[in-house]
Design a protein around this ligand. Structure first.
Ligand code: NDP
Ligand code: 2IT
Length: 444
């Protein structure tokens, strides 16, 4: 049996109840086959694949907090510190009722390769809780965040592990968590990113994941002789990534005609009104029905369905496994040329393979959404030098990083005879740097 197959078997045995983690590991290890075959003896002897698929540590803890009725609630908190070969653990905190250990492990595992691709010195980690922020008062959110950080603070630090936002965790939650960390530790340090601008946050971090996604997408289609101008784009999600992806796509001259949330989706043939979407989602924290009510050109539909709309480019920006094989078939039938993932692992493996087999330019989240964490690393740099850079400076660095990622993954795919397979290119380019660092640091 090949080394990859042996380790895949082992990972399946050890993590049988974690389907998302197994999906992420299967995708990565399968695409690393040519690299592993070229270095099999060295990697086997050093148990590289066994080590890279086993987190350094996984922390689980109780998060008790008091709701507005005086009732004590209990949630489960997680932090998976996966790999710090190239820098302190870095990755977001997801607050969503679906969160479990397997989901945090898949996200932490992917973060290793994504963070490596940014070219910045950050390792991979992820955390979160099964807490549901929907419908909670600000006081309840604060109570949860303070309790969560009371425990998490024991394991993180500016040079140890630097969490940030993800689904359900935005500026409000980061602020409450930062305040509690400061109180417990008695010091002000850049322990979180995505902070507010008045206390160490970076300009352009809010926009970074969505903008970065479009910088990479633009470079990809430019290298295929096309431009964003006049393209029809379908976006899923209506959160941080989706909103700023939509905004940047429109600035580039494209028309974005959809968005979605966990209850329904919008088709707006005149193009999504970003100011209205921001008002509904960022300010009112309301459902998309409010967008439709305020916008005569918009049609609201219950459930899921954005992938049935005809488009040139599709950008999944909501959550994992939201673009399935049938959706991929529909996209191809409608002439979609390009899919770039704003979310983490939104496309299932069979859907990815179908898109690739049908000539769709497909870039996975580890490369395409790396702009968020890259800008988080820029926030860490600014905190370390106690300076703040202008929006233009951060945005220009972000753009440079995303363009560079595209060329790195393209080159890596070509080096191994897989031209156009950007999934393999990303996994290989991300992996090579981490493995070099692991080998140099001995058995740890
Ligand atoms: P937000 O919480 O801001 O928005 C998430 C959006 O996706 C919401 O519209 C939400 O709908 C929808 N959504 C979430 N879960 C589901 C679900 N199970 N089914 C259907 N819709 C769902 O999160 P972000 O925009 O920050 O994150 C979106 C994706 O991007 C995630 O995969 C995240 O891991 C990834 N990502 C985020 C980065 C960041 O910097 N924020 C960086 C890189 C990747 P509703 O409003 O109804 O909850
Ligand atoms: O998935 C991701 O890359 C993020 N949620 C951002 C992580 C970060 O540390 O900014």
């Amino acid at each position: 049996m090949s080394y990859v197959d042996e380790v895949l078997e082992l990972v399946k045995q050890k993590n049988a109840s974690e389907p998302e983690f197994l999906q992420a590991v299967t995708e990565v290890l399968n695409s690393l086959r040519p690299v592993v075959e070229a270095n099999e003896e060295l990697y086997r002897k050093n148990a590289i694949l066994e080590r890279i698929t086993e987190p350094d540590r996984q922390i689980m803890f109780r998060v008790p907090w008091v709701d507005d009725k005086g009732q004590v609630q209990v949630n489960r908190g997680f932090r998976v510190q996966f790999n710090n070969a190239i820098g302190p653990y870095k990755g977001g905190l997801r607050l969503h009722p679906s969160v479990n250990l397997g989901i945090i492990k898949f996200l932490g595992f992917e973060q290793i390769f994504k963070n490596s691709l940014t070219s910045l010195p950050i390792g991979g980690g992820k955390g979160g809780s099964d807490f549901d922020p929907k419908g909670k008062s600000d006081r309840e959110i604060m109570a949860f965040c303070q309790s969560f950080m009371t425990e998490l603070s024991k394991y993180i630090g500016a040079d140890v592990d630097v969490p940030a936002g993800d689904i359900g965790t935005g500026a409000r939650e980061i602020g409450f968590m930062f305040g509690q960390y400061k109180r417990i530790k008695g010091m002000f340090e850049g322990v979180l990113t995505g902070k507010g601008l008045t206390y160490g946050g970076s300009l352009a971090r809010t926009e970074a994941t969505g903008y970065g996604l479009l910088y990479l997408t633009e470079e990809l289609i430019k290298c295929h002789g096309e431009s964003m101008e006049g393209k029809t784009v379908v976006v899923s999600g209506a959160g941080n990534v989706a909103i700023y992806a939509t905004q940047k796509a429109q600035q580039m001259g494209a028309k974005v005609v959809t968005c979605s949330d966990s209850t329904g989706w919008i088709y707006d043939p005149e193009g999504i009104d970003v100011a209205l979407l921001k008002e509904v989602k960022e300010v009112k924290r309301a459902r998309l029905t409010e967008y439709a009510a305020a916008r005569p050109s918009a049609q609201y539909h219950e459930g899921r369905g954005v992938w049935q709309i005809k488009c040139d480019i599709a950008l999944p920006c909501a959550t994992q496994n939201e673009l399935l094989l049938d959706d991929a078939k529909q996209l191809v039938a409608n002439g979609c040329k390009c899919v770039c993932e704003g979310a983490n692992m939104p496309t299932t493996i069979d859907a990815t393979e179908y898109l690739q087999a049908n000539g769709v330019w497909f870039v996975g989240g580890k490369a395409a959404n790396a702009g968020g964490v890259a800008t988080s690393a820029l926030e860490m740099s600014q905190n370390s030098e106690r300076l703040s850079w202008s929006f233009e400076e951060v945005d220009a660095k972000l753009k440079g990083i995303m363009v560079n990622i595209y060329h790195n993954i393209d080159d890596a795919a070509k080096r191994y005879g897989m031209e156009g397979n950007y999934v393999a290119g990303a996994n290989i380019a991300g992996f090579e740097k981490v493995v070099n660092a692991m080998l140099a640091q001995g058995v740890c």
